[in-house]
Design a binder for this molecule. Structure first.
Ligand code: C2E
Ligand code: CA
Ligand code: CA
Ligand code: CA
Length: 276
């Protein structure tokens, strides 16, 4: 509708789905977001569960649109996927994430989210090679995050591309684990470096939920025996932290240790301990 942010709406509009018109306007704005430099990256720390030092940051894209203000990735990433705008946007994200990581100590890694649409683009591995070359980042400092959904569509094409990335030396993490595809068959064929346990198993009521605990315990045991690390996502409270630690998750990500922050703030974490 035209009067966004204006008067009150008394008509019922399902809020989970943007109207066709709103979607069309967002798509139009998204088409020029890159050239208008409206996209930025935020970085969220991932911390060692025991030693509590920062191991890596996950790059999370932000869009501040001239017309629409801040639009959440939950809204514009699906749109970018449907329109294939995710390919150029994803290339920019990869490159910018690698460039930022070069400003951190050289044992700190960076994780980048990659959509299925991007992964199945024939130029994907070339864009990884390019981002590493342009930035000078060592391949083993880059981790690519994918969700189980990529194995639903074209299992072998996705695997081939991820194997090319692993051959370069990059890590591959399985994101949002436990929320998607129910078959574990692909775990036999692909060696991930990390499994990220979805925050729905970690948060709030789930802490007191024996089923959630049993699932996390099983995921950790499986990851251990397959030589993968486990990241608990969405840890916000002391209680959640204590629980995922006790269950043996090796890495922690969530508001408890830090929210996604601008690149300058991530960089500053490493200069703070210098005495002036
Ligand atoms: P994700 O990959 O699962 O990223 C984690 C999301 O959880 C982020 O939301 C982060 O801000 C949020 N989060 C982290 N810790 C906590 C916590 O303790 N509590 C709560 N409630 N939330 C927490 P964000 O930044 O809004 O991103 C949403 C999703 O958008 C991401 O989920 C990812 O699927 C997608 N996304 C973000 N950036 C990119 C990107 O550059 N490329 C692609 N393809 N997708 C992206
Ligand atoms: Ca992710
Ligand atoms: Ca996730
Ligand atoms: Ca997610």
């Amino acid at each position: 509708s035209k009067d966004e942010g204006g008067g009150k709406h008394y008509t019922f509009e399902p809020s989970l789905h943007a109207s066709a018109e709103e979607r069309r306007q967002l798509e139009f704005a998204l088409r020029s977001a890159l050239e208008r430099e409206e996209l930025t990256l935020n970085f969220q720390p991932v911390v060692d569960a025991n030693k509590e030092n920062v191991l890596s940051f996950e790059a999370l894209v932000r869009w501040n649109s001239a017309e629409h203000g801040f639009v959440s990735p939950g809204k514009f990433i699906p749109l970018a996927e449907d329109t294939r705008l995710i390919v150029p946007i994803g290339e920019w994200v990869l490159q910018e994430a690698c460039i930022q990581a070069m400003t951190w100590p050289d044992d700190i890694r960076v994780a980048v989210n990659v959509s299925g649409e991007q992964l199945l683009d024939p130029n994907f591995s070339a864009s990884v090679v390019n981002a590493l070359a342009v930035s000078g980042l060592a391949p083993n400092r880059l981790e690519i995050e994918v969700t189980e959904s990529i194995f639903v569509r074209d299992d072998s094409a996705a695997r081939t591309t991820l194997e090319q990335c692993m051959a370069l030396g990059c890590g591959v993490a399985l994101d949002d684990f436990g929320t998607g595809y129910s078959s574990l068959g692909y775990l036999r064929k692909m060696r991930f470096s990390t499994i990220k346990v979805d925050r729905s198993f970690v948060q709030g009521a789930a802490v007191d939920n024996p089923e959630s605990l049993a699932i996390i315990r099983a995921v950790v045991a499986m990851a251990d025996s397959l030589d993968m690390t486990t990241t608990a996502e969405g840890v916000e409270t002391e209680e959640e932290l204590a629980m995922v630690r006790k269950l043996g998750c090796t890495k922690i990500q969530g508001f408890y240790y830090g929210r996604p922050m601008p690149a300058a703030d991530a960089r500053a974490l490493f200069s703070n301990d210098r005495t002036p």
